[in-house]
Structures are given as structure tokens and as C-alpha cells.
Design a protein. Structure first.
Length: 372
């Protein structure tokens, strides 16, 4: 049986992450009916304002689980077929033979072979994640740029394919989830954000979760500091940044409490049906943006330690903000944690991120929060 919560140990572990170099972080951990929430550090380096566990935060690619759930809801209603070619829905965005070869399922689990558009939208990130020739200039240049989803999708579709449709390992690509956003628009007649809000966020009772309406975060929140591998020194606040560069792939704003509630309900079959949840947890190998091969389902991925429970959820990172939310398969144990600094690792001569004390401290907190 998973151990119960140890508030003192969790507070100590959270503080250790702050001491290792994260300006501020906050978390909620749940075991059954017992809930711990905590925070360490500051939300604003200039004023010293402390972080608190209830702050709203940009949760990055955690958004993908919400988008996938909305797609599965439409599949349950018969409007979307998981194994239907995307070209039948969006022939103008994925035309010709590729549109007939790539299915909705392949978009959801990143086996479409579509490239990541990010290096084309942010030119100075052209080498990401192979970082030897990268730079941070595009982050500031595009802080308030309003991207069109079709333009970004075109960059990914026009780029050289990575493998073949349905082949594994797949490649984690935001292009897939921008296309899923357009698919939701096509079959519902509303924007993807409206569809996800109506079909997922509101039924789940998430009172502090939503998509941004401008470049700022509404409500109490932390500043979000981007270091870009030591190339931005001191780290720069990117809490004001137009999130059209990721849209339904990674732009959601939430709280750690709302995220725990969402994943608890999802894994209990209260957001999508049991059959859909089974599909979401059917995994394939996918190469992440960090170059690691992970198991990935339909907007969900598992974390497992030998001899311990398997957890399901998602992580996310955008400029200055990082989030991880994981829930045990039985829904009993949960962890959601948010940090207000990103890309703290300096690079070695080959352009590879060097280990940093934050990595070890954060991994220790994750393990304690999940397994006790």
C-alpha cells in the first residue's frame, strides 16, 4: 500500500528544490482523503513576494491531456474516428497522400511523422533540442507575436517528415496538437478552446483553469523566469507572453489543485468513458523534445518505478514555467507541482545540458510525493 503523506518531509523536500536554485515552486499532494499543499521561495525576485500553493500557472503541455480528452469526447459521440485519416477532416492542412496516411490516433500519440514547427516559428531556436547553435533572441522578439495556427501547422507539415506515419518511435511534436485543435473546430463549429472548456473543464468543475485571452495571466500568479541554458543571465520574466505559439497544445492556465482534480476524475472514467480511457492508456514509444524515448498514449504518459505503482499524467514547460502532474492508476495518490524557472542547465562544449543540483532535488521531491 502506498504510504500516507508526511507533511514535514514534503515541506523539507520542496524547500530543498528552492535552495538548489528554483526561485519559487508550489505543489499539492493527495493520498486518499488526505491533502498536503506547500510552497517555497518567491513569486517575484524584485519584490520578494512569496509563492503560495493557490497561484495560477501556465501548465504547458499538460494542456495536451485536456485536448486529447476533448477529442475522445467527440469520438464517443461519433463525430471523430480515431483511425480516420486526418485528411478527410482537414484536407487543406494535410493534403494528398499524407493526409490519407495520418490518422487522428497518430496525432494524439505523436506517431504522425509530422515535424515540430517550433524551430521555424522561433528562428534562433533552430537547433533545439540539439543546442550547440541555439540562442534566446527569438523569445523576446516574439513575446507579443500573434501566430496563426494554420501558419504554424504549415511549418510543421512542410518540414521534412520524421519517419513514416504510424512508425515508432514517434516524435513528440506540437504540430500534432495544433491539428487536433483545428479538428475540434471543424467538427464542433466552435474554437478548440471553447470546445475544451465546455466539454472538459466545466464538467470537471475546474474553477481556476482556462485558456488565456491575452498575453498576461489573469488572477494571482507568479512571475515566470526563463534562463535558456544560461544564455539569459539574469533570467528574464516571461509571464507576459502571447501563447498563440502553442494554443491547444500548451497554453492552458491552471492551479495544482485543479490539475489534481482533473486527473483524478479522468482516471476514474468521469471525463471520458472507460473504453476511451483504455485507448488513452495504450502507449507507443515516442522520442521526447529532450531526446529521451518515453511511452506515450493519447495525451497521457506513464511513470513507473520498479516495484512501485504506475502513475499517469503529463508534464509541461513553456517560457519560464514548468509543471508536472501525475496520478496513480487507482487514483489514490496524486502530485502536481509548478516551478517558476525553466532551462536552468548550462551547456557543455557539445551543446548538451549539464547536470544541475535542481535536477536531483526536483527528482527527489517527485519521488517522495508519488511514493512516500
Amino acid at each position: 500500500m502506498t504510504p500516507r503523506l508526511d507533511p514535514a518531509a514534503l515541506n523539507t523536500a520542496l524547500e530543498a528544490v528552492h535552495r538548489a536554485g528554483i526561485p519559487g515552486l508550489f505543489a499539492e499532494v493527495r493520498d486518499g482523503d488526505q491533502i498536503w499543499s506547500g510552497a517555497a521561495g518567491v513569486a517575484d525576485l524584485d519584490t520578494g513576494r512569496p509563492v503560495t500553493p493557490d497561484l495560477r500557472h501556465r501548465v504547458g503541455s499538460v494542456t495536451k491531456t485536456f485536448t486529447a480528452a476533448a477529442v475522445l469526447r467527440q469520438a464517443e459521440s461519433g463525430r471523430i474516428g480515431l483511425d480516420t485519416p486526418v485528411g478527410q477532416y482537414l484536407p487543406h492542412l494535410v493534403p494528398g497522400p499524407r493526409g490519407e496516411a495520418i490518422t487522428v490516433r497518430m496525432l494524439l500519440n505523436h506517431t504522425s511523422s509530422l515535424a515540430e514547427y517550433l524551430p521555424y516559428a522561433y528562428p534562433s531556436l533552430k537547433a533545439f533540442p540539439a543546442l550547440a547553435e541555439t540562442g534566446p533572441e527569438s523569445l523576446e522578439e516574439h513575446r507579443l507575436t500573434r501566430f496563426a495556427a494554420a501558419e504554424l501547422i504549415g511549418m510543421g507539415v512542410d518540414a521534412p517528415a520524421v519517419g513514416s506515419p504510424g512508425g515508432t518511435p514517434g516524435l513528440y511534436s506540437n504540430t500534432n496538437y495544433l491539428l487536433l485543435g483545428r479538428l475540434l473546430e471543424e467538427v464542433t463549429g466552435s474554437t478548440a478552446e471553447q470546445c475544451i472548456t465546455r466539454d472538459v473543464i466545466e464538467p470537471a468543475g475546474l474553477r481556476h483553469t482556462g485558456f488565456p485571452t491575452g498575453p498576461s495571466v489573469d488572477g494571482p500568479h507568479s512571475r515566470m523566469y526563463e534562463e535558456w541554458f544560461g544564455m539569459i543571465d539574469p533570467p528574464r520574466d516571461h509571464s507576459v507572453h502571447d501563447m498563440s505559439w502553442v494554443g491547444p497544445a500548451a497554453s492552458l492556465i491552471s492551479t495544482v489543485s485543479d490539475l489534481n482534480r482533473f486527473y483524478r476524475l479522468l482516471l476514474a472514467g468521469e471525463i471520458v468513458g472507460t473504453d476511451s480511457l483504455t485507448e488513452m492508456r495504450r502507449t507507443v514509444p515516442v522520442v521526447s523534445q529532450e531526446g529521451r524515448t518515453i511511452d506515450y498514449g493519447l495525451g497521457l504518459h506513464p511513470t513507473a518505478t520498479p516495484g512501485q505503482d504506475t502513475f499517469w499524467g503529463h508534464g509541461g514547460t513553456v517560457w519560464g514555467a514548468g509543471t508536472l502532474s501525475m496520478t496513480s492508476a487507482d487514483g489514490q495518490r496524486q502530485m502536481s507541482v509548478a516551478v517558476n524557472l525553466q532551462r536552468w542547465n548550462r551547456l557543455d562544449a557539445a551543446g548538451r545540458p549539464r547536470p544541475h543540483p535542481i535536477d536531483e532535488a526536483l527528482a527527489a521531491f517527485h519521488h517522495l510525493a508519488m511514493y512516500g
